[in-house]
Design a protein around this ligand. Structure first.
Ligand SMILES: *[C@@H]1O[C@H](CO)[C@@H](O)[C@H](O)[C@H]1NC(C)=O
Ligand SMILES: *[C@@H]1O[C@H](CO)[C@@H](O)[C@H](O)[C@H]1NC(C)=O
Ligand SMILES: *[C@@H]1O[C@H](CO)[C@@H](O)[C@H](O)[C@H]1NC(C)=O
Ligand SMILES: *[C@@H]1O[C@H](CO)[C@@H](O)[C@H](O)[C@H]1NC(C)=O
Ligand SMILES: *[C@@H]1O[C@H](CO)[C@@H](O)[C@H](O)[C@H]1NC(C)=O
Ligand SMILES: *[C@@H]1O[C@H](CO)[C@@H](O)[C@H](O)[C@H]1NC(C)=O
Length: 859
């Protein structure tokens, strides 16, 4: 009964909307897109035009300024590199029409603009008499999200006059804005909505102003503003918001099943949203015992939230095939949802709105969405289904403002540390950063300049193969000033006591002795952190000593990360940390010595003997095991972030060991499957998806590993600027050749004729999959391992030798990982054995250390 009336009313409403919409042109005719502080029209990365804002400003003191530094995650200069700043209350007057709602989007890039540092800006923003932001700090907000810029989107009710006055008012410091978009949409985009838990309570969403909190293409991919249906919205992938181990399965409508909008206006959501879905999976037994659950954080309490769920069933045709219940914040929002019954047929989209009130608990509020099969209706399948989610905050008492997010304790500690240290924000760092940012905007060619720039910058006296530990970026500029090393005493101020307990502490005198006073002849490598020396400690033990360069742009944090990470991890295929030294202004890390150096120097640009195909496969398998352990074997998922051939080291026995954890991050945690972060890594190996969305998952490592695989096969660098343009990037070139079936032409000439074609095919197919554009489509390291093992098997077969004992790993591993046997170590129950693999004595104390989101797996 309830559903029926809902539906009837719904149809009426929809036809109203479609009428409204045909009368209103939604193309860019009425849109206003302002690049604040610009003097002339400019295009962004999506090709959208941003016009100057000056003529819309009606009062107050304002100035046009330019950011000193372009974060690499900014895809284009427009609109972020320029800003309009206001030192007193000022307004924009924008003309509007009374018969439509408007999206108002505000873009903020909290950078340093000349003498104006956005960290010092706290301001209010109003749209007519509606408060959008109060005492807003773009800088604090970005830091809490570990993003370099933010976009706030509001949906405003149809105006009562012909102008919209947007007011910026400084509270402390100044106010600023980088971009303003005003996009018309249908007046009837929203209607009356029932409140969850109060079936008699209807909320008039039609006359509510809203702030967009989340917009997700469930079970699908990122949709850029250009690919949205005229409203230039951005839709994100929902996976990061899935809660729990069971995230169901994703489905995609096949090419010939058409999405038929019928009564739903096309602008409600694009085809890409309705043609992908997430459902629970095939198992009736499993499905009846779990909830498909999403969790959303950063929800301000004391507001109502409108949750819009988009549905489209492109498999089933009849009602009662899939029926499910929907819960929001643990309350039943919808009993017995039946998508086909609602929409009227297969492939027909529909959507439902629900409103919840989020009460003020304490701390960060969350919004939970869960679904489970409605067993009571005895549906044909025990399943649930969802295609899209939008969450909007509704205005209360003419306000949508929330407090600035609380930075985490860890973040505060980090800040204090940096402040108490010397704060040497070098302009050099900005030059590098700026150049890197440019690369983000214009792509590979600019990346080459960076490579060149870095090469020039390199210290003299280091040879070219060992020089590229260099990650291209220094510390995130958003975390403020770069710190160099402080340390007035020998007590480590930076390390957790747990890590200090786990590692041996060396004195600086011992370090000097070990390296013959850091003699240049002992240098075996150079990284962003400083030089790496060969050394001898304890009267005979060979070690590698990484000494921090006091003017290092990476400095303390990466030193710290590396110690904390490595002291926790013990694995045959990870380089082991023996100890560290921290005294006065000196910091050193002491590792096992890897007699054979980096993988890269055995592949090209050296006079070392060529590696056989078999050895290459074994090295790749070793490295994959190390990475697999990082991703799944330790208590936390660890994302390496800088996988490349110079970070894969080889010991005397040719065992591969993954090294250089300075950029590693833990994550994703249960409720937030990605780490959102400022992009770091090395060009040539960078996951394009990570670059675009600043969301880091272990699939970013998989991408980089794919590049490594091709590098091993083709024996050429990931980026080679001296080649013709289309060949510069190995990832692009190898994929191109692979797709054309001419990969043989570019493999290491030494391998020709010595490689089993089947083995090579398996290997190349695996590498290709690793380079899939979307993280979702890339294999896990577990899959990669099986494929590489298989490729090795095929090669073995050709060479005719029996290597059955090859990987039995009888040579025990002293480093403590016990499950080295291939089958058991990386079987698909990878999460279970964590503590066992991990070793016994460690008390994980990582939470205090890593600078970002850290949550234990499997709480
Ligand atoms: C503005 O926000 C900052 C940081 O959240 C806070 O310290 C300050 O007290 C706030 N000021 C006002 C006037 O609310
Ligand atoms: C839009 O989507 C199509 C395929 O769905 C894709 O080929 C195209 O690159 C997308 N465009 C943008 C700007 O993302
Ligand atoms: C919903 O229930 C789960 C599990 O009982 C709990 O962890 C979570 O905090 C609840 N969410 C809300 C918003 O009450
Ligand atoms: C699913 O979520 C609802 C609402 O929070 C809860 O009542 C129910 O027990 C959950 N079911 C399972 C199997 O966890
Ligand atoms: C610092 O070094 C001195 C002398 O080397 C030693 O006596 C002292 O115990 C050390 N302090 C700490 C906290 O390790
Ligand atoms: C591992 O995965 C395979 C297929 O993906 C499945 O058949 C097998 O049951 C799984 N094993 C375990 C232990 O989950």
């Amino acid at each position: 009964m309830y559903i029926k009336t809902q539906k009837l009313f719904y149809l009426v409403f929809l036809s109203l909307v479609s009428n409204a919409i045909h009368g209103t042109s939604l193309d860019s005719v009425d849109s206003l897109i302002l690049g604040c502080g610009t003097e002339s029209e400019a295009k962004d990365a999506d090709g959208r035009k941003w016009e100057p804002d000056a003529k819309f400003i009606t009062g107050g003191n304002s100035a046009s300024v330019r950011a000193q530094f372009q974060d690499p995650s900014l895809l284009s200069e427009t609109p972020y590199m320029t800003a309009r700043i206001f030192t007193s209350k000022a307004t924009y007057k924008l003309s509007v029409k009374p018969d439509q709602r408007y999206f108002l989007r505000l873009h903020f890039y909290p950078a340093v603009y000349g003498s104006n540092n956005a960290e010092e800006a706290f301001f209010n923003v109003m749209a007519n008499d509606l408060t959008l932001m109060k005492n807003f700090s773009a800088s604090l907000t970005c830091k809490a999200l570990t993003q370099s810029y933010i976009i706030r989107e509001y949906s405003l009710v149809p105006p009562t006059s012909d102008s919209l006055i947007v007011t910026f008012e400084p509270v402390v410091g100044f106010a600023f804005v980088n971009g303003i978009e005003l996009i018309p949409m249908a007046a009837d985009m929203f209607d009356t909505v029932t409140m969850v838990g109060f079936s008699d309570q209807a909320i008039d969403a039609k006359s509510s102003n809203m702030q967009t909190m989340y917009r997700l293409n469930v079970g699908g991919q990122f949709i850029s503003p250009n690919n949205d249906s005229g409203l230039t919205r951005t839709w994100y992938d929902d996976l990061p918001y899935m809660f729990g181990a069971q995230s169901g399965v994703t489905n995609q409508a096949n090419a010939n099943s058409k999405i038929d909008y019928q009564n739903v206006p096309k602008y409600v959501a694009p085809v890409d949203v309705y043609s992908t879905a997430r459902s629970m999976g095939n198992s009736k037994a499993i499905n009846q015992n779990y909830n498909l659950t999403w969790v959303f954080q950063q929800i301000d309490p004391n507001y109502m939230y409108l949750v819009r769920l988009h549905f489209c069933d492109f498999y089933n045709t009849k009602p009662n095939q899939i029926v499910f219940n929907i819960y929001i914040n643990n309350q039943t929002a919808q009993r017995e949802a039946d998508v086909i019954a609602w929409s009227g047929g297969k492939g027909v989209p529909t959507y439902k709105d629900y409103v919840v009130y989020v009460v003020d608990g304490k701390g960060d509020e969350e919004l939970w969405l869960a679904m489970n099969p409605a067993k009571e209706t005895q549906p044909e399948f025990y399943d649930a289904l969802l295609n899209g989610i939008e969450i909007f905050k509704l205005d209360m008492k003419k306000s949508l403002a929330g407090p600035n997010p609380q930075p985490s304790d860890m973040f505060i500690k980090n800040e204090q540390q940096q402040k108490s240290f010397q704060t040497e924000t070098t302009s050099k760092a900005h030059v590098i950063g700026g150049a890197a940012g440019g690369a983000a905007a214009v792509g590979i060619m600019a990346a080459l300049c960076i490579a060149v720039y870095n090469r020039k910058k390199k210290e003299p006296g280091t040879d070219s193969q060992t020089s590229s530990w260099l990650p291209l970026y220094g510390n995130s500029h958003t975390s403020g000033t770069r710190s160099t090393i402080s340390g007035k005493s020998n007590a480590s101020t930076h390390l957790s006591s747990a890590a200090q307990g786990r590692c041996r502490r060396f004195s600086f005198a011992e370090m000097k002795h070990a390296t013959k006073n850091f003699d240049e002849s002992n240098v075996i490598g150079v990284g962003g952190f400083g030089k790496v020396y060969k050394g001898i400690v304890d009267g005979g033990m060979k070690v590698a000593i990484k000494r921090s360069n006091p003017s290092s742009e990476q400095g303390v944090n990466e030193f710290q990360t590396e110690i904390e990470m490595l002291s926790e991890l013990r694995h045959k295929h990870l380089v082991s940390l023996i100890g560290f030294c921290e005294e006065d202004r000196e910091m050193c890390l002491v590792y096992d010595y890897m007699a054979r150096g980096t993988l890269r120097e055995h592949l090209y640009k050296s006079n070392k003997p060529h590696l056989t195909w078999k050895r290459r496969l074994e090295i790749c398998i070793g490295a994959a095991k190390g990475l697999h352990y990082l991703h799944t074997g330790a208590k936390w998922t660890i994302i390496h972030r800088d996988v490349k051939t110079t970070n894969i080291l080889l010991d005397e026995q040719w065992d591969a060991k993954v090294s250089d954890f300075g950029l590693s991050k833990t994550g994703p945690d249960m409720s937030n499957g990605h780490v959102s972060t400022v992009v770091k890594g090395s060009f040539g190996y960078l996951d394009p998806e990570y670059f675009k969305r600043q969301q880091l998952t272990e699939k970013s490592d998989v991408y980089s590993f794919g590049v490594v695989l091709f590098e091993v096969l083709c024996a050429r660098p990931a980026l080679n600027p001296s080649l013709p343009k289309e060949q510069v990037s190995l990832a692009d070139w190898a994929l191109h050749c692979q797709k054309k079936g001419v990969l043989e032409d570019i493999i290491d000439p030494y391998l020709k004729g010595k490689i089993n074609p089947e083995s090579m095919k398996k290997f190349a197919d695996t590498a290709e999959k690793c380079l899939s554009e979307h993280g979702m489509d890339r294999p896990t390291l577990n899959d990669i391992l099986w494929n590489l093992e298989f490729a090795l098997q095929l090669q073995d077969n050709m060479e005719g030798s029996s290597h059955s004992s090859r990987r039995s790993e009888s040579n025990h591993d002293e480093s403590g990982s016990r499950n080295q046997n291939a089958a058991s170590h990386y079987s698909n129950q990878s999460h279970g054995s964590a503590s066992e693999v991990h070793g016994d004595t460690e008390e994980m104390n990582t939470e205090e250390i890593f600078s970002q989101i850290v949550n234990p797996k499997g709480r």
